[in-house]
Design a protein around this ligand. Structure first.
Ligand code: PMV
Length: 328
């Protein structure tokens, strides 16, 4: 029997990953840049055992059905193949999120699973190797190996596509992210299907790709210079461009709900009132607002006129993955 445990934190991209050039290897069309957060994380224990006749997956103590388990078993099949293991496994994951608000993240989940496998099988992977492995579970998971800012180098092969930490002199500790939960329902279009559809059909996709180099350069320079306005502006512009691609897909779709637009408008209003903050969004209607920690309380107070305290969840910059000792 081999057991291992890991904890990984979620990350939110400031420069988004949107589109794959290799669906099987999960090689992205563009580099992306993220901030790992402390408020949402996953702890996963894995047990590989001779007596198991199939893989099983428990989430927050509840056994998941075949559909929910499919992503996990596909990942475990890859681990078995790569590291010459023949045993089935039991995966026990716990998502730590401040409320049951549909914020469970594939980034923290798959990063924690990769870490737990590495711990259980004594793989002694470097961060780069672990990032590559996590990438095969879910693209954005490769960035959750690192704390603070990370950049996923798109690469052009399994070997060359991985995330790296961005040196920032701990500036991320001055930043916060406020999640505005406008909807906790299941996504209409998964990130996987959404990016596939836009890559294949959206006439705006070329515009998205052509903007990435400049956005990354601006973001990295802003981090180096601790320039919050520059980082915020490029974060917001990049998210808007990503979401723009979905409107020109066939069939067209959007992740925005009317409430998402309300939050965007409120963010602009907050800025006009002299409170610097910038929004970003992923493959769902919830909005995340980048703000300096010193202004977080004021932003929350401003938004409290429109949203309940349960809808406003804040996070600080978080650490990288930890492999934990197994419990006895
Ligand atoms: O790794 P996935 O399949 O969960 O895709 C993540 C895609 C976005 O959240 C929309 C962008 C990103 O870079 O995280």
């Amino acid at each position: 029997m081999y057991t291992g445990k890991a904890r990984a934190y979620t990350n939110i991209a400031l420069i988004k990953y949107w589109g794959k050039k290799d669906e099987h290897l999960i090689l992205p069309m563009n580099n992306s840049l993220s901030l790992t957060l402390d408020a949402f994380y996953t702890e996963t224990t894995i047990e590989f055992k001779e007596s198991f006749t199939e893989d099983s997956f428990f989430l927050d103590g509840i056994k998941q059905d075949q559909k929910q388990t499919a992503k996990i078993t596909a990942f475990l099949a890859l681990v078995r193949q790569q590291y010459q293991v023949s045993l089935f496994a039991k995966v026990d994951s716990r998502n730590f999120v401040p409320t049951a608000a549909g914020l469970a993240s594939s980034a923290s989940g798959l990063a924690a699973l990769a870490g737990a496998c590495s711990a259980a099988l004594n793989l002694e992977l470097t961060d780069k190797e672990l990032s590559r492995l996590a990438r095969r579970g879910s693209g954005s998971a490769c960035r959750s190996i690192f704390g603070g800012f990370a950049e996923w180098q798109k690469g052009n092969s399994d070997q060359t596509s991985f995330a790296e930490a961005i040196v920032s002199d701990n500036w991320e500790q001055d930043l916060a992210m406020l999640f505005v939960l406008v909807d906790d329902g299941v996504k209409d279009v998964s990130s996987r299907d959404g990016m596939k559809r836009t890559v294949e059909t959206s006439s705006f996709y070329a515009g998205w790709l052509s903007s990435i180099d400049a956005d990354l350069k601006t973001a990295k320079q802003a981090i180096a210079e601790k320039d919050f306005k520059a980082l915020g502006e490029v974060t917001e512009a990049n998210a808007l461009r990503m979401h723009g691609t979905t409107l020109a897909a066939n069939p067209p779709f959007t992740y925005w709900s009317p409430e998402s637009l309300t939050v965007m408008q409120l963010v602009r209003q907050a800025r006009q009132n002299g409170l610097p903050c910038y929004f970003t969004m992923d493959a769902g209607p919830n909005v995340k607002i980048l703000v300096e920690k010193k202004n977080l309380a004021a932003l929350k107070q401003f938004l409290a006129h429109h949203f309940s305290s349960e809808q406003l969840i804040s996070a600080n910059a978080g650490p990288g993955i930890t492999l934990l000792p197994e419990e006895g």
